[in-house]
Design a binder for this molecule. Structure first.
Ligand SMILES: Cc1cc2nc3c(=O)[nH]c(=O)nc-3n(C[C@H](O)[C@H](O)[C@H](O)COP(=O)(O)OP(=O)(O)OC[C@H]3O[C@@H](n4cnc5c(N)ncnc54)[C@H](O)[C@@H]3O)c2cc1C
Length: 511
């Protein structure tokens, strides 16, 4: 992916600069030896790391520094300042790290340090870990097990025909053709077995075996359920026609891309994130788009201000909404609405929701409640069986009560936390929910969790695509949404992590 950190900017750190020109804790972009570098001062110490995030190759210059980490402003990956190691998803590969010399009041960046070593192999933990699912949480768990030095057997059993892929991209650059297919797979760590097309039919708790649909079985010492969600299908006449698609897997994405090549008119059913992102991508491809939905887009999740704003953005790009409507039937050439209208369509994308894939867990007698219930270490009601990602409902120490979300970064961080728990490492899962969504040139970041609120404070201007919104209930800030203000989103995440109520109070007011 092209980097926006490709062009060298700022001071030449190889030449050095006076230490007083480097502000405390503020990433300073410069370069040395032809490479873009971020220099950070922390008290008397200086750190120099690569300026490009290994997740999406974006510049880390707009990020923030906290807890000895540099945080990426786009998707909130975190890197260790002293080693460059990726400490938090969605990045897994390290950034470069450089030697820094301070002499006579000048700070100079020197040679690149060796990459952080994988921890020594350890016999600690169970002999084998089986992960059901091969998505975000499963991938992150496998990566973490290996990075933590786990030497036992790691097996991913995934129902899809591919291993883990960059699922969020399916509705974005992959659909528009800007991301070629070779960008989609996530790199599987050495020594991890991924079985594709391997649907698990039963969890045999007593026998500690995952029984596959073909009757074979895989034994485990620890089991992680990372089965994600099931897509809700549209149940109307014609919904099984070949030009009617849902969008969850790479196979779904491929089918839509192939269909879009010859399509002129698409109907998107549902105005949630996936439906609207698909609408934006189809518009970029020059396909005309009608969106059919029962209620105004995203109002329930983001409130009327952002919902109306996103609707307007889509309308400005030529999308036509049919709200208060639903689909009665689909023919090879049109979608008929219950209100009687007929919308010509040679491509239909259905995005009407998902439900957590709890079937295996329920049949195995694990406790479920709108998700698989897990404790703070992500262990289910059955010892030795863990759950992570979209399927898991955890007790959240920050927001209170239990939470289940459908966010990429959360799924990966849960997968990593479950892996550490499997290895017996201490620590509760307490990451702050974060997701992003992209529509044309609008990038929205959401931090926190608000299922309801009594007011929304807005700072800046949605019309100018430059705004912060704070969702509040009484005197509590539950969530912060930023548009065009990625750094504020990072600061909000940090404020939630620290329980810093006065900082949280300021979002939507002064920033
Ligand atoms: C098109 C699209 C765009 C998205 N965009 C964003 C975004 O912009 N930002 C964001 O934060 N999130 C986004 N998401 C959501 C994000 O992808 C999910 O939150 C994340 O993938 C959840 O990870 P997971 O591991 O829990 O589940 P998944 O990634 O869904 O993986 C679950 C896996 O388990 C497999 N499985 C299920 N049952 C079985 C079984 N019985 N046997 C074997 N395998 C099984 C499934 O086939 C699947 O491969 C998007 C999702 C989609 C579909």
């Amino acid at each position: 992916m092209a980097s926006d950190a490709d062009e060298l900017q700022g001071p030449d750190f190889g030449e050095g600069l006076p230490s007083e020109e480097i502000a405390e804790g503020v990433p300073l972009l410069g370069h040395a030896g032809g490479e873009a570098i971020i220099l950070v001062r922390s008290g008397a110490d200086f750190f120099a790391v690569g300026a490009t995030c290994t997740h999406y190759s974006t510049s880390l210059a707009g990020g923030i520094v906290s807890d000895a980490m540099l945080r990426c402003p786009l998707h909130h990956a975190c890197f260790d300042l002293s080693t460059g190691e990726a400490r938090r998803a969605p990045a897994f590969a390290p950034i470069a790290s450089y030697l820094v010399e301070v002499r006579d009041g000048r700070v100079r960046v020197g040679a690149r340090k060796p990459e952080p070593a994988v921890r020594a192999r350890t016999a600690e933990g169970p002999a084998s870990v089986v992960i059901v699912g091969a998505g975000a949480a499963a991938y992150a768990a496998a990566d973490t097990l290996r990075r933590e030095g786990f030497s036992g057997i790691v097996t991913l059993l995934g129902a899809e025909e591919t291993g883990p892929v960059d699922r969020p991209n399916l509705s974005k650059e992959y659909l528009t053709g800007e991301a070629p297919e070779e960008w989609m797979p996530l790199a599987i760590p050495a020594g991890v077995e991924v079985r594709t097309g391997a649907r698990v039919a039963e969890i045999d708790v007593a026998g500690r075996r995952a029984v596959l649909a073909d009757g074979s079985a895989v034994s485990w010492d620890a089991l992680l359920l990372a089965t994600g969600v099931e897509v809700v299908k549209l149940d109307v006449p014609g919904s099984d026609l070949p030009h009617v698609h849902t969008l969850r897997t790479l196979a779904d994405g491929k089918a839509i891309v192939a269909n879009a090549r010859n399509a002129k008119r698409a109907v998107v059913v549902g105005a949630g994130f996936i439906g609207l992102e698909a609408a934006a991508s189809l518009r970029k491809l020059g396909v005309s788009v009608d969106v059919v939905a029962p209620a105004p887009p995203l109002e329930k999740v983001l409130g009327p201000e952002v919902g109306a704003f996103l609707k307007r953005v889509h309308e400005d790009h030529g999308v036509v909404f049919h709200l208060g409507e639903s689909v009665a039937s689909i023919s090879p050439t049109a979608v008929r609405l219950k209100g009687g209208a007929e919308l010509p369509a040679d491509l239909v994308v259905v995005g009407i929701g998902v439900r957590p894939a709890t079937g295996l867990a329920e049949a195995a007698g694990l406790r479920t409640d709108r998700g698989i219930l897990v404790d703070e270490r992500l262990e289910t009601s059955t010892k030795g069986i863990f759950a992570a990602g979209d399927v898991a409902r955890w007790r959240d120490p920050i927001f209170g009560g239990t939470l289940r979300v459908e966010h990429w970064v959360v799924a990966e961080r849960m997968g990593a936390a479950a892996a550490r728990a499997i290895l017996g490492r201490p620590g509760a899962f307490r990451d702050v929910p974060f997701f992003w969504s992209a529509h044309y040139d609008v990038f929205l970041a959401y931090v926190g969790h608000a299922e309801r609120w009594d007011r929304i404070d807005v700072h800046g201007s949605l019309a100018a695509k430059d705004a912060t919104l704070a969702y509040r209930e009484g005197d509590r800030t539950l969530a912060v949404v930023t548009i065009g203000r990625d750094r504020i989103g990072l600061l909000a995440e940090l404020a939630f992590e620290r329980g810093d109520r006065s900082a949280l109070d300021s979002f939507g007011r002064s920033s």
